[in-house]
Design a protein around this ligand. Sequence first.
Ligand code: ATP
Length: 232
Amino acid sequence: MTEPTEKQPLLAGIELHKTYGSTPALDGATLRIWAGEIVAVMGASGSGKSTLLHCLAGIVRPDAGEVRYRDRELSAMSDAERSALRRGEFGFVFQFGQLVPELTCLENVALPLRLDRVRRREAERRAAEWLTRLEVDDVAGQRPGEISGGQGQRVAVARALVTAPRVVFADEPTGALDSLNGEQVMRLLTEAARQAGAAVVLVTHEPRVAAYADREIVVRDGRTRETVLAPR
Ligand SMILES: Nc1ncnc2c1ncn2[C@@H]1O[C@H](COP(=O)(O)OP(=O)(O)OP(=O)(O)O)[C@@H](O)[C@H]1O
């Protein structure tokens, strides 16, 4: 694969259309993500934000339009290739951390590495480093049911970043948190992603959360519109 350049985005969804039954979710949405940038996808409930994120991440196949990661078209990949791409290059954070309740926080963060056959000791060493970066090393030995929502989201961010992804998809990562915890999660998520050089696609309807991004895209009735190009 060629390196993304100034002229080539890392990830692009072009003229995406997606209909669920008779409900149009995307109606010609276009979004280009450049390496290392943080993009907020905003819009009203039901406007198509999550569907756009799922198409870009190769989770949902658009009815029309194309999604390109570097120089590869996702629809031309086999399911196995797409899931390898998601595991190797992408990280995910959702509204409710979706940590495995039976595992400790350390084991949760180490899990993606273990699935990639990294040996336990090495996986747990790297997981512990990420818990420290997200300022939740003190909950390493606890299970998700024993920690707060904010701590859980920080553990989920650590798990998303532990595999050194090129793109982190975050769908309302602070949606279940109060504003103080939400701000903390956003600060740590964006600092960690910038340090790691990962791009972030951040779906949110909160302007305060979107303020952490370099750029905002608004989705309305399944179509995208760029509003702000803020200098860093
Ligand atoms: N799996 C699905 N099956 C049927 N309809 C769906 C499905 N996913 C989304 N939709 C519909 O597609 C439209 C866009 O939904 P989407 O979840 O992408 O919007 P959103 O902007 O992320 O909304 P929210 O902010 O409420 O999460 C909505 O009308 C929704 O009801």
